[in-house]
Every structure is written in C-alpha cells, then in structure tokens.
Design a binder for this molecule. Structure first.
Ligand code: CMP
Length: 140
C-alpha cells in the first residue's frame, strides 16, 4: 500500500548542516520526496502543529525549540511509508534509538532529535495538510 507521510528536518539538524545526508537516507530507503520546503515556524504555528501535545509538560519547550530556526518540511511517498519512516528515524529519544537510525546518528536530545515523522495515517493527513495545500501535491 502506497502511503504518504510528513517529515520535518528539525532546527538542530538544519544547524548541523545535515539536510543533505538526511534526504539521502530517505531516498535510499525508498521514501520519495514529493513536496519539500524550508520554513521558519512562528511559535503559534509550532503550537498548531503539535496541538495534540498541548497538555504535555514539554509542550512549551518543544514549540519554542521548533520556532528557534528554519526547518525543512517534506512529504514522503512509498510503500508503507508511515511505519517505514518511523523505523528509519528510530526511537524518539536518540539515546534509545537503534544504531544506524537517523535519530541515533544525528539526534542530540529527546527534544533536539533531528527529525519528525507522522505516527499514523490520520496524523499524516492532518500534518500534510498543515503545510501543503492539495494543489502543491497534485503535480507529483
Ligand atoms: P516528535 O516526533 O517531533 O513528536 C513530539 C516531540 O516532542 C518529539 O518528537 C520530541 O522531540 C519532543 N519531546 C520532548 N520531550 C519529550 C518527552 N519527554 N517525550 C516525548 N517527546 C518529547
């Protein structure tokens, strides 16, 4: 089943200049970028994106961090893209992520963990539409 998922290369990875390395890992894993842009989120935009975490103790810090610098947002397409991308990212906490995963390689902390990925088809639909209007995806 071909799926789409939303990926974010977070501010720590952009600062480390590993955008290219991360996109290469997506492509080598068969996750095809079909839409991509670099944006600087406002605090309010970061809060809207992570609204499901509003009650979590880390919400304030997470959304400030996500607004601290530019991010790269992509839509990735491929067979079982959602779970395959989550496997490629590794555990949320880089210290617990399996060797060879993107978070194990590039993540610095549970907050500055290099990349984000949608965790379900429902989340992917919301997250893709948050950044990309349908017209930007229709050409791919
Ligand atoms: P992400 O996949 O972007 O989804 C929510 C983010 O919250 C998560 O990655 C982490 O970067 C961040 N976060 C910060 N602290 C925690 C925590 N204690 N547990 C889970 N996620 C956390």
């Amino acid at each position: 089943m071909v799926e789409r998922t939303l990926a974010i290369i977070k501010p720590d990875a952009v600062r480390k200049q590993v955008i290219g390395d991360i996109i290469q890992r997506y492509e080598q894993a068969g996750l095809r970028p079909i839409a991509m842009k670099m944006v600087r989120l406002s605090k309010r935009e970061a809060e809207g994106f992570y609204a499901v975490h509003r009650e979590r103790p880390f919400f304030e810090s997470l959304t400030s961090y996500m607004a601290s610098g530019p991010v790269v947002v992509l839509v990735l397409e491929g067979e079982h893209a959602i779970t395959r991308y989550r496997d490629l990212m590794g555990a949320t906490d880089p210290a617990k992520a399996a060797p060879g995963t993107i978070r194990a390689i590039h993540g610095a902390s549970i907050e500055a963990n290099a990349v984000h990925g949608s965790d379900s088809p429902e989340t992917a639909a919301f997250e893709i539409s948050y950044f990309f209007p349908g017209i930007e995806l229709s050409a791919c």
